[in-house]
Ligand binder design. Structure first.
Ligand SMILES: Nc1ncnc2c1ncn2[C@@H]1O[C@H](COP(=O)(O)OP(=O)(O)OP(=O)(O)O)[C@@H](O)[C@H]1O
Length: 205
């Protein structure tokens, strides 16, 4: 699970955030500019907190008092953004395998399992340019899983989709939640989405 207690600063924005929750799937909500993306970026190692600590399942990613600050590529964070951010020069298979890592203790997520979980078998040879928004997000989630993450971060992954596509993607997110059983931090503005996906909610005001 996630244990985070950090002092964040981005330009003139400064705030303290503490998330200690026994729940495995936590939604992060709050108004625009409250710092939700900054929290995700701090966990991913893309923003350095001024002070504090970040732990995932007891593994320390950052601890200012102990001088620990793992580089982003060693944090084992799977990050899914609003837009899928797929590589346009690679087909779906190439995107899935791009960030593939063999974890030291053997890969936990295999391509075949991940492809089946997300229902993307038929897309493997497709270029990414003509995927629908929902298909692209499923590929982005698959790519994140194949990097063998210890935690999944979602930054409003449904917000670029229309209502119908949102409804289509929710069951896949629920399957990921229930079958891969990783800690998840899920940023969303939508109460209904939060209620369908998260076990607990942490609000930044
Ligand atoms: N690189 C940066 N330089 C300066 N200020 C920044 C930078 N990145 C973010 N900020 C500021 O930090 C604050 C928090 O931004 P952040 O993107 O984390 O908010 P958010 O809660 O995710 O908002 P939204 O819901 O609109 O995505 C904002 O005031 C933003 O302007």
């Amino acid at each position: 699970m996630l244990s985070l207690d950090v002092q964040l600063r981005r330009g003139r924005f400064e705030r303290h955030v503490r998330i200690e929750d026994a729940a495995r799937v936590v939604a992060l909500t709050g108004p625009s500019g409250a710092g939700k993306t900054t929290v995700l970026n701090a966990i991913a190692g893309l923003v350095r907190p001024r002070a504090g600590h970040i732990e995932v399942d007891g593994r320390v990613l950052f601890d200012s008092a102990r001088g620990i600050d793992l580089p982003a590529h060693r944090r084992r964070v799977g990050y899914v953004f609003q837009d899928a951010r797929l590589f346009p020069h690679l087909d779906v298979r190439g995107n899935l395998l791009y960030g593939r890592h063999a974890a030291a203790d053997g890969p936990r997520f295999e391509p075949g399992t991940v492809v089946a979980l997300l229902g993307i078998e038929a897309l493997l040879a497709r270029p990414t340019a003509n995927l629908s928004g929902g298909e692209a997000q499923r590929v982005a989630i698959g790519r994140a899983l194949l990097s063998q993450p210890a935690i999944l971060l979602f930054d409003e992954p449904l917000s670029a989709l229309d209502q119908a596509r949102r409804k289509e993607l929710i069951p896949y997110l629920q399957r990921v939640r229930d079958e891969v059983r990783l800690p998840m931090l899920y940023v969303s503005h939508h109460a209904e989405e939060v209620q369908q996906l998260a076990e607990a909610t942490h609000r930044l005001d």
